[in-house]
Write a protein that binds this ligand. Structure first.
Ligand SMILES: [Zn+2]
Length: 203
């Protein structure tokens, strides 16, 4: 059973009109091949979306992320993005604004941006075959730690210190079935890392 689409943190979302951050164009551009490959999508039988991507915007700690439950859409517009303006790991709180509420995994994205100022984009996908192939072959979070939880921050911290995660920019989440994460200086870099892995493992 996939553990996705449920917001586990307290979400303080201020609904507004569509965002106008220029980073959205890049996110829309690179989501398309990820969605076509099924790495971001929707489980119709469960009625839940999976996968999401984000990009840092000017202010420290701020990023735009695809909104919750947008996985079924083949193309997103600016109304499907949320601007995360703050988070508090201890209180498990995420503050966002936009026409769409922040994805259920925005806490995980926020933790990753904390690791390094050079991380400017984060992509999260699901693919069972790739997950099985790469688990423990690339940096891998503890299988007992679920996505979107404060404990996951400690896990990414550990990967940054103890593994080549920051160099290769890809990790699997053993406690989040099918879940992989990539980071990059640009959205293109993060997206292409996973697309390349997908193509080389599955074709
Ligand atoms: Zn996920």
């Amino acid at each position: 059973m996939i553990d996705e689409g449920y917001i586990k943190f307290e979400s303080r979302w201020k609904k507004s009109g569509p965002l106008d951050n220029p980073e959205i164009a890049d996110l829309v551009r690179w989501r398309t091949p990820l969605h076509l490959a099924g790495l971001i999508g929707h489980f119709p039988e469960l009625g839940i979306g999976y996968g999401n991507l984000s990009a840092r915007v000017g202010k420290e700690g701020h990023f735009v992320i695809s909104g919750t439950q947008t996985g079924h859409l083949s193309k997103l517009g600016s109304e499907h993005f949320s601007l995360v303006t703050g988070f508090d790991l201890k209180r498990n709180l995420v503050t966002s604004q936009g026409a769409s509420e922040a994805s259920s995994e925005s806490m995980t994205h926020a933790m990753l941006y904390e690791l390094s100022p050079e991380i400017r984009a984060v992509v999260h996908i699901h693919n069972d075959a790739l997950w099985v192939a790469l688990k423990d072959q690339v940096p891998t979070t503890d299988h007992q730690v679920a996505y979107g939880t404060p404990e996951m921050a400690g896990e990414f911290d550990r990967l940054a210190r103890e593994t080549e995660f920051l160099e290769i920019g890809v990790a699997t989440m053993a406690g989040h079935e099918g879940g992989l994460i990539s980071i990059g200086i640009t959205v293109q870099e993060a997206a292409e890392k996973l697309l390349t892995l997908y193509e080389s493992h599955l074709t």
